[in-house]
Design a protein around this ligand. Structure first.
Ligand SMILES: *Cc1c(COP(=O)(O)O)cnc(C)c1O
Length: 443
């Protein structure tokens, strides 16, 4: 490879394979003791607590406007489901062994927007709404936030705009919640965004602008338009700490689910979490929350498509967002919705530098096979991109993962392990599209 950056790249051999479109497993050689890594990051547990408290303040509003959240009292939270039949299926189909228990975190079934973006995206819109309402003296922190559902508040917010660039799911979360509050919301969508997502957004009252280009272009134009308009707020998927904190709350909420299911996480009971990664905000935020709460006892891996492994090229090379997948000769295109990102967030890459365990990449055809597996074994529908998460447990048998387990001193503890593939989306996929996916075979 004759690139000017190539002489500054770490992990050359691995990155050669990446640039050939091969599936790889990168174990993060910069991972440190969690406490040491967290000490270098200027986001703290108090910030996550603050985000959790803000979501609790908004719960009465959410419950009122989105009645499907009533059973959870206005909190947007997803089930944690043990999937033993899928575990057995994966072990047989991929001749592997997944020691311990396998659970699915079903963010695919989060209320309102049916994807992990319902955490960060919705949180950022709520925070902005609260900031505006406080600034204009319309509320106090101690008020009952169901007033946000009143015609008066909707009228107030209609003078403000919110804009975002999205491949689909982030736009849905930002669009649906912004429109519900009364904002004029504009979603700038890349060419790969699915038609049904655009239709649904327009139906909810969002303005959708379509680009014949990739995600970076949609973000660039969205940001430019928003910056030129003082009444407009831009949700910056790449650099937003707010978005990141919304995702991080997931870790706090899961503690209760662990208690209910008798799951222990400690030095003898390791926890493995596997999350599909696009620009990095969602997996990064979730990972950060888990590391804050479970420290060295949690091991977080990201999963990316072989043609769009942006976080992998950034972190493994050490050059972070200086490099894109295109620099490595890859297309950046993938069937995995939400993961078609060429350049990772530099902010998230920096936060993950000493915390993340590693990144695995997989070819697109697996995600449809895995989607059929989870439907057939557990009767749970996920969007194909979310199924990339199963690649983690499947690869536990690999020499790289085995070496990691050995290095961490976990060899004799794996029977006590809990594995959580993070299902990042799916419940809003229309029936006819599900049917189409069920019959998609790329290999
Ligand atoms: C957005 C998304 C991701 C990844 O989140 P990033 O913040 O872009 O890394 C994963 N899966 C699905 C279904 C998504 O929509």
């Amino acid at each position: 490879m004759e690139k000017t950056f190539w002489n500054r790249v770490n992990n050359k051999e691995l990155l050669e394979q990446v640039s050939e479109g091969k599936e790889v497993i990168w174990i993060n050689e910069n991972q440190e003791k969690t406490a040491d890594a967290l000490a270098k990051i200027n986001i703290t547990m108090a910030d996550i607590d603050d985000a959790e408290a803000r979501l609790a303040r908004f719960a009465p509003f959410i419950k009122k406007v989105f009645p499907e959240t009533e059973p959870q009292n206005g909190l947007i939270e997803s089930p944690l489901t043990e999937i033993p039949h899928m575990q057995k299926q994966l072990e047989e189909e991929y001749t592997t062994s997944i020691p311990g228990r396998l659970f699915l975190k079903q963010d695919s079934h989060l209320a309102i927007s049916g994807s992990v973006k319902a955490r960060g995206g919705i949180y950022e819109v709520l925070k902005h709404a609260e900031d505006l309402a406080l600034e204009h003296g319309k509320i106090k922190l101690t008020d009952d936030y169901s007033v946000f559902a009143s015609p008066e508040f909707k009228e107030f917010f209609s003078q403000f705009k919110i804009q975002v660039g999205s491949t689909g799911n982030l736009g849905m979360s930002i669009g649906i919640m912004s429109a519900a509050l009364g904002f004029h919301v504009i979603v700038h969508m890349s060419a790969d965004a699915k038609q049904w997502k655009k239709d649904l957004l327009r139906q909810r009252g969002a303005e959708v602008i379509e680009y014949n280009d990739d995600y970076s272009k949609a973000v660039e134009v969205g940001r430019k338009n928003s910056d030129a308009d003082p009444s407009s707020y831009f949700v910056d998927d790449e650099n937003s700490v707010t978005l990141f904190l919304g995702y991080a709350v997931a870790a706090k909420r899961i503690q209760k689910q662990f208690a209910e299911k008798g799951i222990t996480v400690d030095a003898d009971h390791p926890l493995f979490v596997y999350i599909p990664c696009g620009v990095g905000g969602a997996p990064g935020g979730v990972a950060f929350g888990f590391k804050q709460l479970f420290g060295d006892n949690v091991h977080v891996f990201f999963i990316e498509p072989t043609q769009a492994p942006c976080m992998l090229v950034g972190m493994a090379s050490g050059l972070q967002n200086e490099v894109s997948v295109q620099d490595f000769g890859l297309s950046g295109q993938t069937h995995a919705d939400g993961l078609a990102v060429g350049r990772a967030s530099g902010f998230v890459g920096g936060v993950m530098k000493n915390l993340l365990s590693g990144i695995l990449s997989l070819e697109d055809y697996h995600i449809y096979d895995l989607m059929r597996d989870i439907v057939n074994t557990e009767d749970i529908f996920l969007e194909p991109s979310a199924c990339a998460s199963f690649w983690g447990p499947i690869q536990l048998k690999s020499p790289e993962m085995q070496a990691y387990i050995e290095k961490m001193g976990l060899k004799d503890k794996m029977a006590n392990a809990v594995h959580i593939p993070w299902a990042t989306g799916g419940s809003l996929v229309p029936a006819e599209i599900r049917e189409e996916y069920m019959h998609t075979h790329l290999k």
